[in-house]
Design a protein around this ligand. Sequence first.
Ligand SMILES: Cc1cc2nc3c(=O)[nH]c(=O)nc-3n(C[C@H](O)[C@H](O)[C@H](O)COP(=O)(O)OP(=O)(O)OC[C@H]3O[C@@H](n4cnc5c(N)ncnc54)[C@H](O)[C@@H]3O)c2cc1C
Length: 313
Amino acid sequence: MAIEDRFLDHLPAALRDRVRRGVPLRDLTTLRVGGPAALVCPADNPEQARQFHEAARTSGLPLFTLGGGSNVLADDRGFDGVILHLAGRACDVRGDRVTVSAGLGLDDLVALTLGEGLTGLEFASGIPGTVGGALAGNAGCYGHEVGEFLREAVILTPDGELRRVGPEAFGFRYRGTALRDEGAILLEAVLQLGRGDLGPAAAERAAHLADRLAKHPVTEPSAGSWFRNLEALEPGGRRRAAGELLDQVGAKAMREGDAAVYPKHANIIVNLGQAGSDDVRRLATRMQAAVRDRFGVELQPEVRGLGPGRSLT
Ligand SMILES: Cc1cc2nc3c(=O)[nH]c(=O)nc-3n(C[C@H](O)[C@H](O)[C@H](O)COP(=O)(O)OP(=O)(O)OC[C@H]3O[C@@H](n4cnc5c(N)ncnc54)[C@H](O)[C@@H]3O)c2cc1C
């Protein structure tokens, strides 16, 4: 029996019907690159996620968790495993605490909480992707990170156990968490927000959305900043933008096939139409080499790789 069929055999019938086979990863990622994923499994709630996870473990298939796919480069050869696609979008507001499913869009959560009179998340306006992807990667901008607001979470441990944990289990750091490194999956989060002044919060949201519209590719496919910003020179100082160094080495003029550096942001790669994963990797390697040659600095990718046979994240 093929390994994919063994996986399906381990699922209850209701879940088996939801599984899609051979889905192009370019349709699930914002960079619009990537070949077929063997099995895509949409989970609406923690129990469904646990069952997909268990079937993958029992049948020996690698599993990759995908939220909005806005920080992923998928290989043209695809992924011979299970894509766990977190699709639950529930959100419940009690006082100043918000319980939210990992699959809800982060920007939807910002709008929804402001609509409920809650402030705090407006800094994250316009960050693409899901709440789960944002918390697992500690997404941030304009001086804040989403991890600041987490109070509790439901996670799936690498050995398949659903567990309720506090923020200490996440190990938040700049654009990453120990939780994601260990292979745990965030399924539900409880965030603590404030009841601040809504006027300035709404104005901040509008300003950030306008800023993104002016500086980021909003219509062109991309995966956001390719490289992480550099360590601050002194403790507590600001990180140096990787984009500044890339700008100085002329990255904005670089292109490989249909993969090009965005003309308004030297740290963003856009897909002009038919870019393949090799085009994107060649371009990223050139950008990295140009900065290394001029400044002696080794840029580290922020975007996560997904390739055949195993997740490269
Ligand atoms: C135009 C543009 C602008 C952007 N601006 C910013 C910005 O300002 N700040 C910023 O930080 N990022 C930014 N990004 C990058 C990206 O949007 C964020 O990193 C986002 O939080 C990723 O969420 P996602 O749901 O798309 O994750 P995905 O891309 O689906 O996944 C990213 C990684 O997280 C893992 N993952 C996803 N969900 C979970 C989960 N529930 N549990 C465990 N692991 C999980 C995946 O396995 C993968 O390794 C930008 C991207 C674009 C395209």
